[in-house]
Design a protein around this ligand. Structure first.
Ligand code: NAD
Length: 476
């Protein structure tokens, strides 16, 4: 059994309180115990970060490259081992866990490169003899708050750009997945980064979050999680005039048109709706299918979904792992009931699977209308619905009829409809003949409407949040 301590000013500390980290595939398996930071410890971490940021903000591009590159190299070299830890504590399958770790390593490699080319501009002033230069500078201390469903990729895609642009970090990972956060912090700690630049505080969000949000020395908060928590974070940041970036939920549509390749559509929908147990903000939980392909699609989906192997995340052959915890499992099963009460027909799955983990069979519904709660509220589990549409125009309308706008997909062989969908889907990311989930690490990630708030994450667009712009005028 392992301890997952806090990292404060370069020192590991377990403090006096700790919380067990339990394997959702087998609740008898206690992976370790995570520290639970006190208010004083969070404040110490912030003070340490503020002091260390002064030096790190002046570091050279080469120093930043070396640190970020070293972190990426170690993550990639240990992807099997770290992927196993991730699958054990979060419940995504082992190949998904290893894939996520590899992505975290690639993100650090990407931002190592970005550190060498932080852009600036030089312009002539409108006044004679005066020149203007515009440069990007660090924001200061960044508070990072992450969810449990991508235990290493999300901490990586926030901390790598934060460090790249010269900031110091205080990170609070989700309570359910302290192991991956600790493993990442350990790699960062040994990378040559000066002590205090990166700090990790574990514990309850409702306790630690407000300390970070209200602290005068935290310049910005980057948050990923639910809409409800995101709103609280945004309100706190507005009160403190703090920069904020929120990535939140989704109710992502996948449109399947009559002219779609059926195999491509079923693959994209099964992957998008159910892989990672449906616990992805980009999961396609609404499958909007036009009349001509509807019967064939429902038959093929039902056959494929009912044949999916649900089981221990780390067991070879498992396709769908457990739900993260008992509370989420109860919520998923409650939505299965809600959908039936609303008049939806359950085609397959939707049942609790008895055993030592939090398992349920993937649920697929037909006879659903877009206004139903099952089609408007994020379930965040292995539950998807099929909505019948008359034609492309109606499908597009239904796809956009949601308060969310993260990812939207279409399966079609028509260039006309693919092009129109890319232009008119109200979402931050659009996928054609691809699952709504599964994105690259070097391009922007984020949504519109209720899914996101503030500037984009990842790729070169991350600079918008993690740096501030200074304009200097000089007369020679
Ligand atoms: P959550 O909102 O419950 O928690 C997210 C984080 O916020 C956790 O670290 C939690 O401890 C912390 N937190 C809780 N209360 C807080 C408070 N008052 N102040 C500050 N922080 C607080 O979300 P979750 O259950 O961990 O994650 C699932 C949600 O995350 C889903 O809605 C999913 O769609 C979303 N998500 C979004 C993206 C994206 O990029 N858009 C990616 C992954 C997950």
């Amino acid at each position: 059994m392992t301890n997952f301590p806090n990292l404060i000013d370069g020192e590991w500390t377990m403090g006096t309180q700790s919380v067990p980290n339990v394997n959702p595939s087998d609740t008898n398996d206690v992976i370790g115990h995570a520290a639970s930071a006190t208010t004083e410890e969070v404040e110490q971490a912030i003070e340490a970060a503020a002091a260390a940021q002064v030096g790190w903000g002046k570091s050279t591009p080469q120093q930043r490259f070396d640190v970020l590159d070293a972190i990426g190299t170690e993550i990639l070299a240990r992807k099997e081992e770290l992927g196993d830890l991730l699958a054990r504590e979060e419940g995504k399958t082992l190949p998904e866990g290893i894939g996520e770790v590899a992505r975290a390593g690639q993100i650090f490699k990407f931002f190592a490169g970005e550190a060498l080319r932080i852009p600036g501009e030089r312009l002539d002033s409108v006044r004679p003899g005066v020149e203007v230069d515009i440069r990007r500078e660090a924001l200061g201390v960044i508070g990072i708050i992450t969810p449990w469903n991508f235990p290493i990729a999300i901490p990586a895609w926030k901390s790598a750009p934060a460090l790249c642009y010269g900031n110091a970090v205080v990170m609070k990972a989700a309570e359910a997945v302290p192991g991956s956060a600790w493993a990442l912090a350990d790699i960062i700690h040994r990378s040559g980064l000066p002590k205090g630049v990166f700090n990790l505080v574990n514990g309850k969000g409702s306790k630690i979050g407000p300390v970070m949000i209200d602290h005068q020395k935290v310049a910005g908060i980057s948050f990923t999680g639910s809409v409800q928590t995101g709103q609280q974070v945004a309100q706190g940041c507005a009160k403190n005039l703090k920069k904020v970036q929120l990535e939140m939920g989704g109710k992502n549509p996948m449109v399947v048109l009559d002219d779609a390749d059926l195999d491509v559509a079923v693959d994209a929908c099964v992957n998008g709706a159910f892989f990672s147990t449906g616990q992805r903000c980009t999961a396609s939980s609404r499958l909007i299918v036009t009349e001509g392909i509807y019967d064939a699609f429902v038959a093929a989906m039902s056959k494929t979904v009912s044949a999916l192997t649900v089981g221990d995340a780390r067991k070879a052959g498992t396709q769908i792992g457990p739900v993260i915890d008992q509370r989420q499992l109860e919520k998923d099963l409650e939505y299965v009931q809600i959908a039936q009460q609303e008049g939806a027909t359950l085609v397959c799955g939707g049942e609790k699977i008895e055993g030592s983990g939090h398992f349920m069979s993937p649920a697929l519904f037909i006879d659903t209308a877009n206004h139903m709660r099952i089609n408007q509220e994020e379930v965040f589990g292995p539950v998807a619905t099929i909505i019948k549409a008359k034609d492309y125009d109606e499908a597009l309308k239904l796809a956009n009829d949601t308060e969310f706008g993260l990812s939207a997909g279409i399966c079609t062989t028509s260039l006309k409809y693919a092009t129109d969908f890319k232009a008119n889907a109200k979402a931050g990311m659009v996928m054609v003949n691809l699952p709504t989930a599964g994105v690259d690490y070097h391009v922007p990630f984020g949504g519109t409407k209720g899914s996101s708030y503030g500037s984009r994450e990842q790729g070169r667009y991350a600079a918008e949040f993690y740096s501030t712009v200074k304009t200097s005028y000089m007369q020679a």
